[in-house]
Write a protein that binds this ligand. Structure first.
Ligand code: HAM
Length: 416
């Protein structure tokens, strides 16, 4: 026998039962987001590599080591999308959406790709539900985005949640702060981990993420960006918090909240769940006021979130998985009755009934057992003298003309 071919590392098959739970998650997301005016968008699975290099940022782990990048065969470098915000901003600029009434509110449920080390809750192909609001810097947009994710997680009964929020200020405040932090880190270089020391120039903020004891001790005394915000940004942040309080969204301010993407300005936030292991981040996002312009579009503020489908499902094991009900199962007695059974099932489907017919040559007893397993409401048994309609709820059986069977079920259904 040949060796079995298996799925690539970090990927998985969605089997029927999980597909039902995912459908529930998707319909919940649609209801929550479209109820607030967000419209669905789908962008391509791959984009020009430059979109992410510029948008997500050269210094990030994503761009440095996690992208699936390849030549498209024509000498152009393309990349499987590692995230959805840069593609949505590209689409906004490309389709002139700044001419529409602002903000333009979009949502997506799509697959994303990152070459990370797989572990529980971390995959190389994973799915996110996300929302982006472009064209307004009103703090109510930030609060709405956070509230929508809080609502979605609550509706999915995701447990053990914690929401942390912070503000990174404008690009100018961040640049000045970055220099201040670099000075501070250089002054304490001897106490830092090799890794953090090597990244002082490229990404000093990552020092806040370190587990290294010496680095942690240094970072406890480090200057905080939240204390360096200008008056406008501080007021913007205070308003976002006030709106969240008014809506009853519990949150903690975390001045060291660092997100793994470079495009953020002002508000950043992250939900974690203690139902997850090491990969406890279930969803996050923030404001990215410079991103559309960075991609060649008009200066446009924006704010959004994305949450991982796999992690939401892990933290919400009770997600109801409803397979569609079966209205009619068509059984038959011998090969001579197959064509009649097929015609009845086809007629039932035309009448929008969920119908299935026997396809595996079972005995009469086996066919009834199969109908029962499927939870069929009615079974039609076609034999050489006529057709019997069995009501699986009451157990009643009646003889019916094959031509009148579907009408009969529809009539009975109407009476229920
Ligand atoms: P992110 O924090 O990189 O943000 O990803 C959002 C969520 O996607 C994470 O909280 C996590 O649940 C899930 N996720 C990320 N990587 C993986 C993985 N390898 N396996 C499974 N799940 C994963 C973004 O992607 C931003 N685009 C969010 C955003 C939208 N910011 C503004 N708008």
């Amino acid at each position: 026998m040949s060796a079995k071919v298996q799925v690539p590392r970090g990927t998985y098959d969605v089997l029927a039962e999980a597909a039902d739970a995912r459908a529930t998650l998707e319909s919940t997301a649609r209801r929550v987001l479209e109820g607030s005016g967000y419209r669905r968008i789908e962008t391509p699975t791959f984009e020009h590599t430059e979109l992410f290099a510029r948008g997500v940022g050269e210094s990030t782990d994503i761009v440095q080591k996690e992208m699936y990048t390849f030549d498209d065969g024509g000498g152009r470098s393309v990349t499987l999308r590692p995230e959805g915000t840069a593609p949505v901003c590209r689409a906004y600029a490309e389709h002139g959406m700044h001419k529409l009434p602002q903000p333009v509110k979009l949502w997506y449920l799509s697959s994303f790709y990152r070459k990370e080390k797989p572990q529980a809750g971390r995959y190389r192909q994973f799915w996110q539900v996300g929302a982006e609001a472009l064209g307004s810097d009103d703090p109510a947009v930030d609060a709405e985005i956070i509230l929508l994710l809080a609502t979605l997680l609550a509706e999915l009964a995701v447990g053990g949640l914690r929401l942390r929020i912070g503000s990174l200020g404008t690009l100018a405040a961040r640049t000045a702060y970055r220099e201040e932090l670099q000075g501070y880190l250089r002054a304490h270089a001897g106490e830092l981990s090799d890794d953090v020391r090597a990244r002082i120039d490229l990404n000093p903020l990552r020092a806040f993420d370190s587990d290294h004891p010496g680095t942690r001790a240094v970072m406890a005394g480090a200057p905080l960006l939240l204390h360096r915000l200008d008056a406008d940004d501080a007021e913007h942040f205070a308003t976002v918090r006030e709106l969240l309080d008014r809506a009853g969204v519990d949150h903690e301010v975390d001045p060291t909240l660092v997100r793994g993407l470079d495009y953020y300005t002002r508000t950043v936030f992250e939900f974690t769940s203690d139902k997850l292991g090491a990969q406890s981040a279930i969803g996050g996002g923030g404001r990215y006021d410079g991103l559309v312009e960075m991609l060649g579009g008009p200066a446009t503020p924006g704010c959004g979130f994305a949450a991982g489908i796999e992690r939401m499902m892990l933290a919400s094991p009770g997600l109801p998985a409803a397979a569609p009900p079966v209205d009619l199962y068509v059984a038959f007695e011998g090969d001579g009755q197959r064509a009649m059974a097929f015609a009845i099932a086809a007629e039932a489907r035309d009448a929008r009934l969920n119908a299935q017919m026997e396809l595996a040559g079972r005995s009469r007893k086996g066919q009834l057992k199969q109908a029962d397993r499927l939870g069929a409401r009615y079974v039609a048994i076609v034999n050489d003298t006529g057709t019997v309609l069995k009501d699986m709820q009451s157990g009643d059986q009646i003889d019916v003309e094959p031509g009148g069977l579907v009408a009969r079920i529809l009539r009975n259904r109407g009476m229920r």
